[in-house]
Design a protein around this ligand. Sequence first.
Ligand SMILES: [Zn+2]
Ligand SMILES: [Zn+2]
Length: 421
Amino acid sequence: MVPAWPFPCLPAGALIEEPHLETLKALLEGLDVMTAQKVPSEKSNFRVLDLRDVPHDFWSIWATESYEGDCSVPVTTQEQAVKTCPASGEETRFMVVTEFKIMKKGFNECDEYLLEWAQGRRNVIHLCCNKLRSWNSTLHLASSIWGQVNLGCIRELQLSEWCLEFIQDIEFHLGTMTNLHKLMLEEIRNSYNRATSVESTIKVLASTVFRAQHIRYLCLNDLCLLRNNLEKLFRNLDTRLETLSIASCWLSQADLDYLAHWPNICELKHLSLRDFIPESCPELLGVLLKRVASTLQTLDLEQCGLNDCHFNAILPALSHCSHLTKINFYYNNISLVVLKKLLHHTAKLSQLTEELYPAPRECYEEVIILRDRFEQLCPELLDILRAQRQPKAVSLAIPCFQCGHSCYYDLEARFCLCQQV
Ligand SMILES: [Zn+2]
Ligand SMILES: [Zn+2]
């Protein structure tokens, strides 16, 4: 199929459901047939084998007969797009675009085969790794990739369950990932074997990946090192973010203060601060929201420890977030009076397609959910929205401290295990 392919790009990854070694081998053999031809066939346009398993809009690529190498720099002509990867600067006849996952056990057999195959063909094939994800992998395993792919091609980097000291050991490699668009760091923790200072790890991150010029998406999850260090980490980041997600990082007031005034959030479209427990100063959240009001499309403040003061502080700014399509305030502590105020404000946000609210604390007596009150109050509350517009997907939730599940009200009430009758 490969030598006969009439289009510039073969989106093979989108056509194969599960990675399959024999299929990969067949595709690469096809490429070998083409590289063996001393003079490229005039009939063949084919240049790019795309192995990424992402939903791929290949019909439109075929229709326009162009392929954007997806290496950050917009390409102007098909020639440019298919012959070189802008990030690598290498001129090769063919390009294989892929993504690598490194798990604790190592690579899967397809990735291992591909890496070995590409090693011997570097002068004719550019192996373009767009996305690199590493979970709980040893430094030795993770390091095996650095020499085999051009790190400038990586647009998306995810490091999960890593030890702090590993970050310092890969400082040089992180520094060469200058084309990053998306950075995800999760569960980076101090190991017990080696004393590594948080301070020096912050320095390494701030001077490498947090300096990348193209970052638009930043996701920080369960990072113990972030608390009280947000300014140090973000100081060098000079790029307008589109998505910022910070979860379970226990931000301090100083962190939130810096974030609320940080210039690079002013074009933010997606903001998530899950599991963030603000210690004081509810106004800062209002300041933050006001600064992003003109661009914000999704807001996720689930389980943030918010109370009436915080909701009162964000209400004026929230009314100006006219592009919001999704909001999530689940599992915060709100009174009936303030929830009604909140709903009167969000009722005016006409673009909302999904809205998740906490049920008011009046639905509890101490820690017991008052089933009848929940059933009675929820429809009344949703009527506040219905008076202004027809909500598309809306739900109220209340956590049950007895069984650990929740009760929900959307079009009807759904109860936790101990409230079911
Ligand atoms: Zn590349
Ligand atoms: Zn329950």
